[in-house]
Structures are given as C-alpha cells and as structure tokens.
Write a protein that binds this ligand. Structure first.
Ligand code: PEP
Length: 250
C-alpha cells in the first residue's frame, strides 16, 4: 500500500453533546501514536464546534460543520447559520450537498451558493454527490453525478479547497456498498469531470461515503483512486472510528 495521504472524515449528523469531547480526546490519543499520513476531520453539530475547537489543540484533528445557509451576511433567516458564523466558531471544513440536505430542498443552485459562501470564508468544502437506487438501476449514475458537479461547481473556485465525497444514496445507513469495479469506474469518472472544469493536472481528492465500518474498510483499500472516507454512524464511536483507520492499513 502506498503512503498517500488519506482522509477519514466523520459526519456526526444530529449526534453529540459537550461530553462527547471524550470521543475526540480518545481519537486524538490514538492519532498521536499512529504514523500513517492521515487527515482526520470530525463534522459535528454547530452547537459543539466552538467548544471542541477550544478544547482540542491538536494538529491531528480538524473540526468541521455539516451545512450552512447560503446567504453570506447576517439576515432574517430564523434558525439558520451561515458560513461566516461557522468560521468564527472555528470550523475548518464543511459538508455541503449531503443527500439528507438535498432531500430537505437543497438544489444544485443552492449548493453552489453555499459553496461560494463557505469558500469566501476559506472553509474547506466536502462536496457530496451520489445517485439514488432508482437512478442506478436505470443506468443513470454517470449523468446524475455530472449534473450535480456541473450544477454546483464553478471553474473560478479554488479546486484545492474542494474535496468530493461520492455517497450513493442507496448506501447511506443501509449496510450496502458498491462493487469494486463500479467504484473504480465512478472514481475515474468523477476525477476526470473535475479535471475538465479546472483544467488541472493534479486530480481532486475524492472520498467514498456510505455504510463504511470497521469490518468492510479493508475491501476499500484495494481501490487506488479512493482518497479517503466520509463516515456517518461509525464515526460516533471512538472505538469504531479508530478501528476503521487501523483496519484500513492492516
Ligand atoms: C453519511 O451520512 O455521510 C454516511 C456516510 O452515513 P453512514 O456511514 O452511516 O452510511
């Protein structure tokens, strides 16, 4: 296995309280002794970002957010938080375009505006794309992914600030994962679509997300183009998250 930098990004979703800092401390203790080239990001609820970033003074773990409002300034949007507020709270990364937010109404256009506002605050983007099972069965995976990419990514954006997470919707929280040959084709496709937009020689970082756990992680290590993982449920437990990282390199 190469020593390429790998991303392990946790999406805590609607999970956690102040006491959950102990999960982060435990992951940090593990990373202090682990010698592989990893970048670990935990995207936590907004209520925890400021507290966690103050408590964790570590070069090994970054704290991120999970969504933001697209409006760049303060405004009359009850209950919403924008990228400026998340930056001030300490977020260094943000998940945008997650299918759970797409199903709440986030269109490609809205996601485009969210990306633009987060980039303005110099927050790194984790941009999620993925097809439904219906789209997959109809052979539409590539056209859906192309549409999501083209609909939200402008060529003037800084490509170094955008990580893509391929998350097939049918895989999130279901225990089902794609086959290796499907992943190889899809990762090559996503990288080439991005290279077309940015005319850039070095390919973008593309993560896989969907039911990754400490048992199935070994399967993914044979797929060279995968630059890391976006992990939902299994990132809410320090042991499971650490075992994912350890088992990936076994
Ligand atoms: C996610 O929601 O981003 C995700 C990958 O969830 P899970 O790992 O639980 O399937």
């Amino acid at each position: 296995m190469t020593n390429k930098l790998k991303y392990f990004i946790g999406n805590w979703k609607m999970f956690g309280d102040l006491g959950s800092i102990k999960i982060i401390f435990r992951i940090n203790r593990f990373l202090n002794t682990f010698k592989k080239r990893n970048k670990v990001v935990l995207c936590v609820p907004n209520t925890l970002i400021h507290y966690f970033t103050k408590k964790i003074k570590s070069k090994n773990i970054f704290i991120g957010a999970q969504n933001c409002h697209q409006y760049k300034n303060y405004g009359a949007f009850t209950g919403s938080v924008n990228a400026l507020m998340l930056k001030n709270a300490g977020a260094k990364f943000i998940i945008l375009g997650h299918s759970e937010n797409r199903s709440d109404g986030d269109t490609n256009h809205i996601i485009n505006k969210k990306i633009e506002s987060a980039l303005k605050q110099k927050i790194n983007i984790i941009f999620c794309i993925g097809e439904t099972i219906r789209e997959k069965n109809k052979g539409k995976t590539f056209s859906v992914l192309r549409n999501q990419i083209k609909g939200s990514i402008n060529k003037i954006y800084n490509p170094n600030k955008i990580i893509i997470a391929y998350e097939p919707i049918w895989s999130i929280g279901t225990g089902k994962i794609p086959k290796a040959f499907e992943l190889r084709k899809i990762f090559k496709f996503i990288k080439s679509e991005f290279s077309k937009i940015f005319k850039k020689k070095s390919p973008p970082k593309v993560l896989y997300g969907g039911s990754v756990n400490d048992k199935n992680i070994r399967f993914f290590s044979s797929i060279y183009d995968i630059d890391g993982f976006l992990i939902g449920a299994s990132s809410q437990s320090a042991k499971k998250f650490i075992d994912i990282i350890k088992n990936y390199y076994k």
